[in-house]
Write a protein that binds this ligand. Structure first.
Ligand code: FAD
Length: 315
């Protein structure tokens, strides 16, 4: 084994980010994937069918139903001796575990990688995405711990399958425990992987009025995002925040509605192929990056768009 990729999942299915993480990892060589869960079978089988996966190792214990960073570190430390790289998606979920692992192993870490040049040279954004830095990581005998900003990579395709091997989980002295995990429960596409995203900003004005953004998104089958100002004002939950301190999105089309276009917001939408801005201020910075702009009151424009989309669908 040399490259180990941690498969992120929700306990039932493999994360949509996984084929994108694999697109990055397979550039480094032969990939072994680690699936840890209290019920590994469906996730391991799905992972084995993703292009570039040579082998799947499973760790199955009840503790992995809600794994803590300590549990991850104990188990990854065990596997690290055979690895040149240990890789996961750059998400809140992996952030704690990878940083702890790097500290435990005294190993170098490369975070938010958006391009792989070779085994020791990567590209990552800095200064809120304003600049991309090429970094060299000298690892010596230690594995390089890496998180991948998966929105920068195109998902790999399927493959026939590969070997799945049961590993031996190591128990951990757990200092904290999550007693309940509750999914926010939405039928909308996942924000990080969606092809279409509609985001609302402070201009939307209130939680009640944010329903218009959701209605617009639903008319398109899009995911819903928000600016930090909208999240801070309580218009929507903070897992919808897009930007430097929120989610990074790379949809085909990104609608920014009532969003001014602060650099911290733009840091999260650099990968969007087309940006459409709706703003009543013709001088809003968002128009500087938008491919299409509509200047006007969102409360007049958005209902009109919803109506037109409805008519298109019906035709
Ligand atoms: P505003 O800047 O207030 O813009 C509202 C816009 O709505 C205006 O352009 C206005 O013309 C328009 N508008 C108002 N009414 C209407 C109407 N009726 N019709 C049409 N348009 C209308 N921000 C993020 O988004 N994501 C981040 O991850 C993030 N991280 C940050 C990290 C740090 C360290 C810091 C310091 C800031 C961060 N911010 C982030 C905050 C960021 O700087 C901005 O404050 C925020 O993005 C502004 O959100 P907004 O565009 O919704 O609000």
């Amino acid at each position: 084994m040399s490259i180990l990729v941690i498969a992120e999942h929700d306990g039932k299915s493999l994360s949509l980010s996984f084929p994108k993480v694999m697109a990055a990892a397979k550039q480094l060589g032969e990939v072994t994937v680690l699936v840890a869960s209290d019920n590994v079978a469906p996730i391991a089988e799905a992972a084995a069918k993703v292009e570039g996966v040579s082998k799947v190792i499973t760790l199955e214990t009840p503790e992995f139903k809600r794994p803590t960073a300590e549990l991850w570190v104990e188990n990854l430390e065990h596997l690290a001796a055979n690895c040149t790289h240990i890789i996961a998606a750059a998400t809140t979920y992996s952030r704690g575990a990878l940083a702890r692992l790097a500290a435990r192993l005294q190993a170098p870490m490369a975070t938010d990688v958006i391009a792989i040049k070779d085994a020791n040279h990567f590209t990552r954004p800095i200064y809120a995405g304003a600049v991309n830095a090429d970094i060299a990581v000298n690892n010596g005998e230690k594995p390089i711990i890496m998180s991948i900003r998966f929105s920068a990579f195109d998902a790999v395709g399927p493959q026939d399958g590969c070997a799945i091997e049961a590993g031996n989980p190591v128990p951990a002295k757990v200092l904290n425990e999550s007693t309940k995990l509750e999914a926010t429960g939405s039928d909308r596409p996942d924000l990080g992987a969606a092809r279409l995203v509609v985001s609302g900003g402070r201009g939307v004005g209130s939680k009640e009025q944010f329903a218009l953004i959701e209605k617009f998104a639903d008319s398109l089958g899009a995911a819903v995002g928000a600016s930090r100002a909208a999240v801070d004002a309580g218009y929507c939950p903070n897992d919808m925040q897009v930007g430097q301190t929120g989610k990074v999105v790379a949809p085909d089309v990104y609608f920014a509605v009532g969003i001014s276009g602060a650099v911290q917001h733009l840091a999260g939408i650099k990968g969007a192929k087309t940006i459409v801005a709706i703003n009543k201020d013709p001088n809003a910075p968002i128009f500087g990056v938008a491919d299409f702009g509509i200047v006007g009151d969102l409360f007049a424009i958005v209902p009109e768009l919803i109506e037109k989309i409805g008519k298109e669908k019906a035709a």
